[in-house]
Design a protein around this ligand. Structure first.
Ligand SMILES: Nc1ncnc2c1ncn2[C@@H]1O[C@H](COP(=O)(O)OP(=O)(O)OP(=O)(O)O)[C@@H](O)[C@H]1O
Length: 247
């Protein structure tokens, strides 16, 4: 933990393994992230970037080490951690017959706070409506989620996670399906999230959609962190290239 900085993510010497996997994917990794940090995780394919997000979120087994997220021990309290963490995943697919509208999917972002069987309060409706406006999907609210395009579904999942009002936002290639205008628009949305103090940890190979904030760039290689630096958003692509060539 850095001086004067209350870490929201504190990983020390963690190893993680997938079920049935014979070797750890993440090896002896330590990382601490504080309020309001915007962290970009870069590195080659297969380096363990998605696995790191899943470790933070308690979705992959941490076999050794210390992992505290939002003040909770991830190894014991994965379900509670996931209620506090927003996670926009890399690959998702909604079947065309998925029986939920976009509005319902966004409201599901509130269920961690609300409980599955309670009716949404006015505050829940306000949070969902705000997320829908922030994601710019007002016109899609009553459409079945499975009938939308990939980019529209991605916007709906971003709204779902904004509605959650998470303590941390994890993003795995969140803009991969978005068009040029939508990427520009979401730069502003991300900046707002960071300015509010919510730490963002984003895995990406494309750096044209980064908000204009200080970026902490973490490079992964073979399950370990090989570089950790602070740079301007416009310098991230060059820094990743250099770090990956040197690494
Ligand atoms: N569900 C899984 N079961 C077993 N092994 C997995 C699983 N998911 C990923 N792996 C392995 O973990 C390693 C790291 O994968 P991961 O998806 O974390 O890499 P990444 O850095 O996000 O890659 P990319 O840039 O290609 O998305 C790879 O060797 C991969 O084969």
């Amino acid at each position: 933990m850095r001086d004067g900085d209350l870490s929201v993510i504190e990983l020390k010497g963690i190893y993680t393994a997938y079920e049935g996997g014979d070797k750890p994917v993440i090896k002896d990794l330590s990382l601490s992230v504080g309020q309001g940090e915007f962290v970009v995780i870069g590195g080659p394919n297969g380096a363990g970037k998605t696995t790191l997000l899943e470790s933070i979120n308690g979705l992959v087994r941490i076999t050794h080490g210390y992992a505290m997220v939002c003040g909770l021990d991830v190894r014991r309290s994965g379900n509670d951690v996931r209620k506090k963490v927003g996670y926009v995943i890399q690959n998702f697919y909604f079947d065309p017959f998925t029986p939920f509208t976009v509005g319902q999917v966004v409201m599901m972002g509130r269920y961690g706070r609300l409980g599955f069987f309670n009716r949404p309060s006015e505050a829940d409706h306000r949070a969902a409506d705000k997320a829908i406006r922030m994601a710019g999907i007002e016109d899609l609210v009553s459409k079945p989620i499975g009938t939308l395009s990939g980019g529209q579904q991605q916007k709906a999942m971003i709204a779902h996670n904004i509605a959650k009002e998470p303590d941390i936002m994890l993003l795995d290639e969140p803009f991969s399906n978005l068009d040029f205008r939508a990427r520009e628009y979401f730069q502003g949305v991300l900046k707002d999230i960071v300015k509010k103090g919510t730490p963002v940890v984003m895995v990406s190979h494309a750096f044209d959609g980064l908000p204009d904030v200080k970026v902490r760039l973490v490079i992964m290689s073979e399950g370990r962190i090989s570089a950790d630096m602070v740079c301007n958003s416009g310098d991230v692509e060059g820094a990743v290239r250099r770090a990956c060539v040197v690494g």
